[in-house]
Design a binder for this molecule. Structure first.
Ligand code: AMP
Ligand code: MG
Length: 412
């Protein structure tokens, strides 16, 4: 059975090979960001954004103080007469002559002739005469024109995911629209005779379809567009029909029906449709019976139906598929280390993903697993901000040991 790392790598490698995504051949769209800049948040640039001018566009002061010529400071302290002011948006007109200074504000342009700024804190004004306690280094407290970026340079490369800083950069260089990759459409199909849609009252042994909801949220937060196909009963003909429908999307994610029970028919239907399977189990708990295949060039994920299994396997397997189709490199799984508050042990020879809470009480992250009732227990996940990863090869850890943690994408 594949480890979760190998399974995730298999998904990435298979989709890359199928789609030739090194330069993503994805459809693109143009987003108007003049009025609603946050519209582009989380999207991936299909085209580089270019600097329209030098940044900063002038020699910029980083402090409130006095613009001076550093060569005027042969002796220290020095006294220089004040000749005017340069403030943000309104520069000093003319040139700073030798033996004089100009008051300057943060973000203002350095006057011609000046080469540095002395912070106000190191000066004392006596009428129009300024006393300097400290001599400046040449260039001190000044960012020279073009030091951050030069006109014509790439400000944001193709393939960049747009977060708040990237949107600020697009705004800075005057973009009114951005060309981004279209969101991959991810069809979500729930299966199970016992599952009812949320607008219906469940019978005593029925349960509401929550997987379609968690999956839609996970798809959205990963950057895909969720297409909800509802729930199919455990019958071949109806499964076939819904799966066919799902294959119109870019990716199909199915919950339930992939275990070995008599009513687990998803694999049967996928096989009939000519799916090439790359794995149908991975060495994890929860989530062991997870299936990945390709049919008609589309990635298909069959995720086990227990809600926490569905959540974990989506993050491990389906999320990188969405990232690839979105134009991103899924890279590594964002595990980090935290110090265990208590001892943990699991017997089953699998890698365990245990709901847990990470906190930073002092300088170190610490993690504590939460008591839970297994993979049906959504309530415990609502109190967890991560999963503690207990690797198959090291399933017994002491309090104080460093453990791997998989953050919940929506909690960090
Ligand atoms: P399965 O993987 O089909 O054997 O499903 C395992 C269990 O997960 C079922 O017995 C249900 O309790 C639960 N389950 C399956 N599908 C859903 C769903 N869409 N929403 C919530 N729970 C589900
Ligand atoms: Mg089922």
């Amino acid at each position: 059975m594949l480890s979760f790392e190998a399974a995730r790598a298999k998904v990435i490698e298979t989709i890359r090979a199928e789609k030739g995504l090194s330069v993503p051949a994805r459809p693109t769209e143009k987003l108007d960001i003049a009025q609603t800049p946050a519209l582009a948040l989380g999207r991936v640039l299909a085209e580089a954004v270019i600097c329209d001018r030098n940044y900063p566009p002038f020699d910029r002061s980083t402090r409130d103080g006095y613009a001076v010529r550093s060569s005027d400071f042969r002796e220290s302290p020095a006294k220089l007469p004040l000749f005017g002011e340069s403030r943000a948006g309104v520069p000093f007109a003319g040139e700073l002559k030798a033996g004089a200074c100009v008051r300057i504000m943060t973000g203002a342009a350095l006057p011609k002739g000046a080469d540095s700024v002395v912070m106000q804190e190191f000066t004392r004004a006596e009428g129009e005469l300024i006393h300097f306690e400290k001599a400046p280094r040449q260039g001190q407290n000044v960012v020279p024109e073009g030091a951050e970026a030069r006109k014509g340079e790439v400000a944001l490369a193709q393939g960049t995911r747009l977060g708040f800083a990237e949107l600020a950069m697009a705004a800075q260089v005057g973009q009114k629209s951005l060309r981004v990759f279209s969101k991959p459409r991810v069809a979500i199909l729930s299966t199970g005779d016992e599952v009812v849609e949320r607008d219906r009252e469940p019978g005593p042994f029925q349960i509401r379809n929550s997987n379609s909801v968690s999956l839609a949220a996970q798809v959205t937060i990963t950057g895909g567009e969720a297409v909800l196909l509802g729930n199919a009963p455990d019958r071949l003909s109806e499964l076939r029909e819904r799966i066919e429908l799902g294959l119109q999307a870019d990716i199909l994610v199915i919950s339930g029906g992939v275990s070995v029970g008599a009513y687990d028919l998803v694999e049967t239907v996928l096989r009939e449709l000519g799916t090439e399977f790359f794995f149908d189990a991975i060495a994890i708990r929860p989530g062991r019976p997870a299936v990945f295949g390709m049919v008609r060039g589309k990635p298909i994920f069959g995720l086990p139906g227990n809600p926490v299994s569905t959540m974990v396997t989506f993050e491990l397997l389906a999320a990188p598929a969405i990232e690839l189709l979105l134009g991103l490199d899924p890279g590594f799984l964002p595990l980090f280390k935290a110090k265990l508050r208590v001892a943990v042990e699991q017997n089953a020879p699998l890698t365990h993903f245990l709901p847990a809470q990470v906190t930073w009480p002092m300088s170190e992250p610490t993690v504590e697993p939460l008591p839970w009732e297994g993979s049906g227990d959504i309530g415990t996940i609502t109190k967890a901000n991560c999963f503690l990863v207990l690797h198959e090869t090291n399933r017994k850890l002491k309090a104080g040991d460093w453990a791997d943690v998989l953050p919940r994408r929506d909690k960090f």
